[in-house]
Design a binder for this molecule. Structure first.
Ligand code: ZN
Ligand code: FE
Length: 259
């Protein structure tokens, strides 16, 4: 069975570690820092087979060089559309990769928007999506466009509802606070906030989350919902004609007034 565990890094990053139960081969997703990964792998007696990178930002790639020094045979996968010197297998949407030792197979999805060439890895009912979709939120638009990010989120929204969303940051409580600005009366959101507060009080991660919960509570997946449209129009003070425009308004609202 595939086991997926978070390794905490920096303040709020999760580096996801993949292995078969009882196996010695491991893969990590977005190792922004090498030290906690090396420490974890050595403690568990694991061998690093693969590194999967979602995008170019330092908090996702900063540890790659040092991990490659420690495990020279490791294969480094990453997006073809971004300048990441350490990437050996450059991937774009539609390609598949097989990690033999880890026993996992992934389909690569193009999910630009946070950055211009961001990719995600989908397989075993799990999605590793970096800074594209967060629990109850989404990444900021840095080097992509709002339209791209919205399109990428809609691509993710169309995956099977039981898909587990492994994002790269513990931003959930903060995101839920903004989600409640958009939809204060959404009962699923009120419940989710309570649940997330309990999890964090016990110092447990709130990630992964399930896609069906995101569809009910994440404002950035809900730009066709009348309540969300109305909230976005209250913010902009004018009619918003398309889901793209609603999404852009909600994302800008969070950037300017909440974060
Ligand atoms: Zn990022
Ligand atoms: Fe990040």
């Amino acid at each position: 069975m595939l086991e997926i565990k978070p390794i905490s890094a920096f303040n709020d990053n999760y580096i996801w570690l993949l292995r078969q139960t009882g196996g010695v081969s491991a893969a990590v997703v977005d190792p922004g820092d090498a030290a906690p990964v090396i420490q974890h792998l050595c403690r568990e007696g694991l061998w690093l087979e693969a590194i999967l990178i979602t995008h170019k930002h330092g908090d996702h790639v900063g540890g790659v060089r040092e991990l490659k020094r420690a495990w020279p045979e490791v294969v480094v996968y990453g997006p073809a559309g971004e300048p990441i010197p350490a990437v050996e297998q450059a991937l774009s949407g539609g390609q598949r990769i097989t990690l033999n030792g880890v026993g996992a197979e992934f389909l690569v999805l193009d999910v630009p928007g946070h950055t211009e060439g961001h990719i995600a890895y989908y397989g075993q009912d799990s999605l590793f999506c970096g800074d594209t979709l967060f629990a109850a939120g989404c990444g900021r638009v840095f080097s992509g466009t709002h339209k791209q990010l919205h399109h990428s989120l809609q691509l993710i929204a169309a995956l099977p509802p039981e898909t587990l969303i492994y994002c790269a940051h513990e931003y959930t409580l903060d995101n839920l606070g903004f989600a409640a600005w958009v939809e204060p009366d959404n009962p699923a959101l009120v419940q989710r906030r309570q649940d997330a507060e309990e999890m964090r009080a016990k110092n447990n991660p709130t990630v992964p989350s399930r896609l069906d919960l995101e569809l009910l509570t994440n404002p950035f997946l809900r730009s066709s919902e009348p309540v969300v449209i109305a909230a976005a129009e209250r913010y902009t003070g004018g009619r918003l004609q398309t889901p793209d425009a609603v999404f852009t308004a909600i994302r800008s609202w969070k950037d300017r007034e909440y974060d």
